[in-house]
Design a protein around this ligand. Structure first.
Ligand code: GLU
Length: 451
């Protein structure tokens, strides 16, 4: 006779906290999901009996390793690398690699956990994982970055594979780093295979992958607005970040007739009251990807713009907000400020950028709020398409992939509405994303029995 785990939500969370000491980001991510799942599985005995939620909130494995490399001054540097393989019930582990000094096991566990639900929502066969290192590529020479990537892959290669675990980029890992890591994987294994996504198109990368996360976040925004009879056109947008996600989100807002007012980096934000148009977005891409400079330079170059040192852009009045920088970059106070200034919709290009208290503010004010696991899923969705293309040894063109991305984001929005629709027409997108993402993974786990 099975003993079911009918503990209540606070008791469940106490257990999570106790088992994961010193891991606040992971606990935060689990709490946000578990709240909704508890309501959903309330009367569904099979999930309780199989301890499904408890199992999803315990990574399949966390691999931690030393990464040793030599800098340009011939000093030996030691960093810590990780790969968190959270869940592979519905497909190979899939998720990015982050290189940033803020990377810890807690951050990667939260990201791998989120990724599990996000990947499920795409409808493609991908499990959830995440990796990274506390390495800061900023200020490093190309050859230092190459040596670090090679050292990182020298350990990582034994844990990944096209049917096992397929990493990609994230903060601090773009086309350059993916190139170095793919080259090292190929050298060590003597195999050319789709083991990483986000590759350049010359060697198996997918068209549309660089644009996919940012464009996808705007498509999600567009779907939310459309659902309430509105559109992006004629609306102002405040965007944080200035990397791949933020610049492509800005590009799509401009293409749809919106006006982008801000971009940021860890040094502060720039406010351009005239609007950051395509030419200026291209300038920022050049600044960040080629010159690897700081966003403050924008205000030196475009003198109508102002730079706000050490600040985040959330007090700039706007209709639409797109947090596209990093986790916990929008808190309760800032959410209140956005609401007071009349924000209509928030779509997250970053992973968990809004704190739990901030999310509550948006919900209480009935603001359309698309959480990262739904809104930024376009990136990993096109990664899933890159995996398919590599397996089939084909490549689809930009136009076809653009259509597929649009359809995928529409599908994700639809699932969120299905499970998140409230009385009165308001859609709780967090709840919708959590339940839809959970259900597919949970049902697959049930089918496998106790493994
Ligand atoms: N790092 C991205 C994310 O957070 C993309 C992951 C991928 O393409 O595998 O979803």
């Amino acid at each position: 006779m099975a003993v079911s785990d009918h503990v209540d939500f606070p008791t469940f969370m106490e257990g999570v906290k106790k088992r994961n000491p010193g891991q606040p980001e992971f606990v935060q991510a689990v709490q946000e999901v578990a709240q909704d799942i508890f309501d959903f599985i309330g009367d569904k005995e099979e999930y309780h009996e199989a301890q499904i939620l408890r199992r999803i909130a315990e990574p399949d494995r966390v691999v931690s390793f030393r990464v040793c490399w030599e800098d340009d001054n011939h000093c030996i540097r030691v960093q810590r690398g990780w790969r968190v393989q959270n869940n592979n019930a519905i497909g190979p582990y899939k998720g990015g690699i982050r290189f940033h000094p803020s990377v810890t096991e807690s951050v990667l566990k939260f990201l791998a956990f989120e990724q599990t639900f996000k990947n499920s929502l795409t409808g493609l066969p991908m499990g959830g994982g995440k990796g990274g290192a506390n390495f800061n590529p900023r200020g490093k020479s190309d050859s230092e970055v190459m040596r670090f990537c090679q050292a990182f892959m020298t350990e990582l290669y034994r844990h990944i594979g096209p049917d096992t675990d397929v990493p990609a980029g994230d903060i601090g890992v773009g086309a350059r780093e993916i190139g170095y890591m793919f080259g090292q994987y190929k050298r060590i294994t003597n195999r050319w295979e789709g083991v990483l996504t986000g590759k350049a198109t010359e060697y198996g990368g997918s068209q549309m992958r660089p644009e996919a996360t940012g464009y996808g976040a705007v498509y999600f925004m567009q779907n939310m607005l459309k659902h309430q009879g509105m559109d992006v056109e004629g609306h102002t947008a405040v965007i944080s970040g200035s990397g791949n996600v933020a610049t492509h989100a800005a590009e799509k807002i401009v293409q749809l007739g919106g006006k982008v007012l801000t971009l940021s980096d860890s040094g502060g934000f720039i406010h351009d009251p005239d609007g950051i148009d395509q030419e200026r977005i291209d300038w920022v891409k050049q600044l960040k990807n080629v010159r690897r400079g700081r966003i403050s330079e924008y205000a030196d170059h475009f003198t109508n713009a102002t730079f706000h040192e050490g600040k985040r852009p959330w007090d700039v009045p706007c209709d639409l907000a797109l947090p596209c920088a990093t986790q916990n970059e929008l808190n309760e106070e800032e959410a209140k400020e956005l609401v007071a200034n009349g924000v209509k919709a928030v779509s997250e290009g970053a992973n968990m950028p809004t704190t739990l208290e901030g999310v509550k503010v948006f919900h209480d004010a009935k603001i359309m709020y698309g959480p990262g696991k739904a809104a930024n899923a376009g990136g990993v969705a096109v990664s899933g398409l890159e995996m398919s293309q590599n397996s089939e040894r084909i490549s689809w063109n930009h136009e076809r992939l653009g259509e597929m991305l649009t359809e995928l984001m529409e599908g994700i929005h639809g699932k969120c509405v299905e499970y998140g629709k409230q009385d009165g027409g308001y859609v709780d997108y967090v709840k919708g994303a959590n339940i839809a993402g959970f259900k597919k993974v949970a049902d697959a786990m049930l089918a496998f029995g106790v493994v």
